[in-house]
Design a protein around this ligand. Structure first.
Ligand code: ADP
Ligand code: ADP
Ligand code: ZN
Length: 216
């Protein structure tokens, strides 16, 4: 099963992707996580993208396409994958189609997590992740079951993203509306888009996505 989770920053793509990866045993491919790892490692890629990410702008298409092409080649993706944060532009979507076609693969669904911009600033400003396993949490909406301890792996260290501040969020939302939202008609023309109300609780969104994927 090959799925794209589509939506603005803070919509819940990462949260739902983590749940789906566990449930279906398929790979969660987050280009944001991949880029943040590159930045943390200090690699040439990391150095090239650091400032762009800090400003909330999109990393150039050629870099993103190469990054995802390499990852999708890996054997663990043959069972299926959940794309979270890719594609974000028309050239990225077209390149993805071409690389999947070459491998005899295709996309089963694009799940659009629809949500109002007004909710997203609160979502993003309360976001934090486990520093060990990456599990996502929120100060108000999704606290660890035991205070200060990751539900997933028991670690006690968490991190907050540098770009999760009000100023950068504005730029990221603009990038979404200008460059990413126009992909919806592209995927609609292929009749693979399903819409989910992203303003409901995490478990409700998950339930709705499960129902959609039962039909795949
Ligand atoms: P994205 O990957 O789309 O940027 P995340 O999955 O990281 O979004 O979610 C952003 C923040 O909102 C996180 O702190 C997450 O715990 C929280 N969150 C995700 N889904 C919901 C939801 N349905 N209701 C409330 N909070 C949510
Ligand atoms: P969010 O969870 O808020 O949607 P991500 O973690 O997906 O954000 O992405 C963080 C940043 O990484 C983006 O603001 C952008 O700079 C960069 N990035 C991630 N994926 C892409 C992509 N497919 N194309 C261009 N830039 C990307
Ligand atoms: Zn953890």
């Amino acid at each position: 099963m090959n799925v794209i989770l589509f939506g603005p920053p803070g919509a819940g793509k990462g949260t739902q992707a983590q749940l789906l990866a566990k449930r279906y045993g398929i790979v969660h491919l987050s280009t944001g996580d991949m880029l943040r790892q590159a930045v943390a490692s200090g690699s040439a890629l990391g150095q090239a993208v650091q400032k762009i990410m800090a400003a909330g702008s999109l990393v150039p298409d050629d870099i993103m396409i190469e990054l995802i092409a390499e990852r999708i080649e890996a054997p663990d993706c043959a069972n299926g994958f959940i794309l979270d944060g890719f594609p974000r532009t028309t050239p990225q979507a077209e390149a993805l189609d071409a690389m999947l076609a070459e491998k005899g693969m295709s996309l089963d669904r694009v799940i659009w997590i629809e949500i109002d911009d007004a909710i997203l600033v609160d979502r993003i400003s309360g976001r934090f992740n486990c520093a060990e396993c990456g599990a996502g949490f929120h100060d108000s909406f999704h606290r660890p079951k035991v205070e200060g301890v990751c539900d997933g792996c028991g670690a006690r260290e968490f991190s907050r993203r540098k770009d999760d501040n009000a100023e950068t969020v504005k730029a990221r939302l603009e990038a979404y509306h200008e460059q990413t939202a126009p992909l919806l008609p592209y995927y609609r023309s292929k009749s693979i888009v399903e819409t989910v109300d992203g303003s409901t609780q995490i478990s409700d969104v998950a339930g709705r996505i499960e129902t959609i994927l039962e039909g795949v």
